[in-house]
Design a binder for this molecule. Structure first.
Ligand code: SIN
Length: 299
């Protein structure tokens, strides 16, 4: 049985990675799971300098998932290079670095600093809804998205994945613009703009008022978007949004995804990535699928 997949020449032992933002560098989950089992670890957004993110409260539970407005808190690219890369390199897994910024210059700065670093793929985060400058502001207009991808791509020495926002009318227009700009692969979806109100305190639950929703309730939206994008572009797609087990993952693969990311599920079940890998294998065994590629995009 073959579960290995390839994204832009990088071979992964299975199609499961982590969704950026839910799995800082893997240290916290390494106490529970064997990181060697993962196809790849996709780390939390890395910026040119350390950011403290948004004020609390920045997490809220909702039916079928959660809201976050973390605001891309991270220790900065220099710290990441010095501490997280050596840590992750102790494991037999690939490293995908989510790159974030407030401006084009900041994105470029991170990518320049990562030149020559021992990582496998870069994921350009132009879809975070929780920052006033950068993030989603770059990823919801096709022309702006294409321009920033083109600029960042000039400095990238690793294949460039672009992470898409679902907060658009037509996600395929953004996907095509990113590919025109030079994206080697796409990942989707980031979180869905959302809000929760505490009716007893008569105010928004999140300090920033709105945030991004993730978790099982967004899965059908994500599957639909992955399906649409896979039918419109000719680059590999990493699908995510509410995946908690092998069956969820198979849905995304049948919609056309080459890889899948497990995100919010990690917070309630630190074994969710491993269960997803084992669930994919169990499905393949039960339904005589010899190669994961045989079911990719079959819908
Ligand atoms: C955040 O840090 O605000 C979440 C990350 C993201 O939405 O990309």
């Amino acid at each position: 049985m073959n579960t290995s997949v390839e994204i832009c020449g990088v071979k992964m032992k299975n199609p499961v990675t982590t969704a950026s933002g839910t799995f800082a560098s893997g240290r916290e989950y390494g106490e529970f799971i064997d990181l060697n089992r993962l196809g790849a670890v996709t780390v939390k957004g890395v910026a040119s300098k350390a950011w403290s993110g948004n004020p609390a409260p920045r997490i809220a539970e909702v039916y079928g998932g959660m809201l976050n407005s973390v605001g891309l808190q991270n220790p900065g690219v220099d710290w990441f290079i010095e501490n997280d890369i050596p840590f992750l390199r102790e494991y037999d897994t690939k490293i995908i670095v989510n790159v974030c910024g407030h401006s084009e210059e900041e994105y470029v700065d991170v990518v320049k600093k990562l030149r020559g670093a021992d990582v496998d793929l870069l994921e350009l985060n132009i879809s975070c809804p929780n920052v006033s400058e950068g993030g989603m502001a770059f990823g919801t207009d096709p022309k702006t998205a294409e321009n920033i991808v083109r600029e960042v791509k000039k400095y990238a020495d690793k294949p460039l994945i672009v992470k898409l926002s679902p907060n658009v009318t037509d996600i395929t227009a953004i996907a095509k613009a990113d590919v025109n700009g030079g994206a080697d692969a796409l990942s989707l979806i980031n979180t869905v703009n959302a809000m929760k109100i505490d009716i007893y305190r008569r105010k928004a639950v999140l300090s920033r008022k709105t945030g991004g929703m993730s978790g099982p309730a967004v899965k059908p939206i994500a599957v639909r978007m992955v399906y649409e994008v896979c039918n419109q572009v000719n680059v590999p797609v990493i699908g995510m949004g509410g995946i908690s087990n092998g069956e969820d993952a198979i849905e995304f693969i049948m919609a056309g995804a080459t890889m899948v990311s497990v995100g919010t599920a990690n917070f309630t079940d630190p074994f969710a990535t491993i269960k997803t890998i084992e669930g994919i294998e169990a499905y393949m065994k039960k339904y005589n699928v010899n190669d994961i590629r045989d079911i990719r995009g079959i819908v």
